[in-house]
Design a protein around this ligand. Structure first.
Ligand code: NDP
Length: 444
């Protein structure tokens, strides 16, 4: 593995101050290096060197006026990472922690994820350090309009199709789409996650969470297990967490936690459908804090803590990167957790992954487990091109079939003896398609 070490030294020197990007590249390199050594054509064409360099990085100023008439300035980004398989595709994140390194890590992950979905999509990611929390709808609209006033010239339905991510939900997608349409004088499928009555797809809001649960069911099946009666800890309380919870409850599991960046609630008796509806109303309409649910549900609230110390069978991290540390993973294993399904992107640190794998628990990495969101975005693009809308059942079936196909690829490339290393499976499975397309397309 000496060449992997050297390669990482070069990546770190060339991309200073981007620890999340280094982390994402290191994980992939560790998985694929043995595969590349057996297939020298990739080494000869310097495929990994090319895949770790974005095709294009766009960085721009986003000035906007707040409600007091004060000028505010944020920074906008779009990383167009790889278009070997199709137009760039990946979400926009609005969060104060956003920077170039975080978006490069997300864009890099997206390339492999999109490849795993089997749909024709390249990888990209974008966003801004703008924080929608505490802003009025008018402020969010003015920001989105200013953001799109620059971004529109770089994207398009056959070039680059952004979607939502942290801080970008249906409200923001609406404002972004409105401004794109106005500037281009075109009504096209340039964004996914659109409203249902103006080009959105049924099941898109639910897709990442539902897909994550479908992937978990496939992992559990390999050990003759199911979700029924299983106690599930979920982090986050946004889009991914909400629909992970909905599907877990539908499948007979018990959801005991939700969190946000201030803390988590723990309801030992399980959050039921009615309580889940309150979480959706609180987060999507009132835009409140999760601790307000503790009073409503008469359950416990832990300030500034993550939910990994509670007793659970299954963990679904659905908030942000590096939220399961080595100690958190040890606590999960000690408390009898049998599986982790990542709704978020890279929510587990490398040390945390090692703890889970050493303990032989099922560990489904985000690039496989949360690919249902972008897969359904791909289905939204197909419907937009066909100018048709598929039924809820049709989209849900396609989503489930895609998650099953992703699981099969992980098994194909990750099974060694009796153990399925889903990290290796997802990385190699995602890599092969992109790398072969790059070979076919010459030195671009
Ligand atoms: P939302 O903005 O809807 O929700 C994010 C949730 O995570 C909120 O509860 C938020 O709390 C919490 N959170 C955000 N940052 C932090 C932090 N630094 N520490 C603790 N909690 C935090 O985003 P999504 O649900 O869409 O995304 C969640 C994760 O899933 C992200 O990693 C995203 O990249 C990934 N993902 C999303 C997809 C999608 O389709 N939406 C697709 C694939 C992956 P608070 O309100 O306090 O900020």
């Amino acid at each position: 593995m000496a060449s992997a070490k050297k390669f990482m030294e070069r990546i770190i020197a060339k991309n200073p101050g981007e620890p999340e990007f280094h982390q994402a590249v290191k994980e992939v390199i560790t998985s694929i290096m043995p595969f590349i050594e057996k297939n020298p054509k990739y080494e000869k064409a310097k495929i990994i060197e090319r895949m770790t360099e974005p095709e294009r990085v766009i960085m721009f100023r986003v000035p906007w006026l707040d409600d007091k008439g004060e000028v505010r300035v944020n920074r906008g980004f779009r990383i167009e990472m790889n278009s070997a398989l199709g137009p760039y595709k990946g979400g926009l994140r609005f969060h104060p922690t956003v920077n170039l390194g975080i978006l490069k890590f997300l864009a890099f992950e997206q390339v492999f994820k999109n490849s795993l979905t089997t749909l024709p999509m390249g990888g990209g990611k974008g966003g801004s350090d703008f924080d929608p929390k505490g802003k009025s709808d008018n402020e969010v609209m003015r920001f989105c309009q200013s953001f799109m006033s620059e971004l529109f010239r770089h994207i398009g339905p056959d070039t680059d199709i952004p979607a939502g991510d942290i801080g970008v939900g249906d409200r923001e997608i609406g404002f972004l789409f409105g401004q794109y349409k106005r500037l281009r004088n075109e009504f096209t499928g340039v964004l996914t996650g659109k409203g249902l009555n103006w080009g959105g797809s049924l099941i898109r809001p639910e897709a990442t969470g539902y897909g994550c649960v479908y992937f978990m069911q496939e992992m559990l099946k390999t050990r003759g297990e199911s979700l029924k009666g299983r106690v599930c800890a979920i982090s986050g309380s946004g889009n991914v967490a909400q629909y992970t919870a909905e599907k877990v409850i539908q499948q007979g599991g018990k959801v005991v936690t939700f969190s946000d960046s201030n803390g988590f609630i723990y309801d030992e008796d399980g959050i039921d459908g009615k309580e889940l509806a309150c979480v959706l109303e609180l987060k999507n309409v009132k835009r409140g804090r999760i601790k307000e649910c503790a009073k409503m549900f008469d359950c416990k609230y832990y300030e500034n803590k993550r939910p990994w110390n509670v007793k659970c069978d299954i963990a679904f991290p659905g908030a942000t990167q590096n939220e399961i540390t080595e100690d958190d993973a040890k606590a999960l294993v000690k408390n009898g957790c049998i599986a982790v399904g990542e709704g978020a992107n890279i929510p587990t640190t490398p040390e945390g992954i090692k703890v889970s794998q050493d303990a032989n628990i099922l560990y489904g990495p985000g690039k496989a487990a949360n690919a249902g969101g972008v897969a359904t975005s791909g289905l939204e693009m197909s419907q937009n091109s066909l100018r048709l809308s598929w039924s809820r059942e049709e989209v849900d079936k396609k989503l489930r079939d895609i998650m099953i196909a992703i699981h099969e690829q992980c098994v194909k490339y990750g099974k060694k003896g009796n153990y399925i290393n889903y990290v290796n499976g997802a990385n190699i499975g995602g890599f092969v398609k992109v790398a072969d397309a790059m070979l076919d397309q010459g030195l671009v």
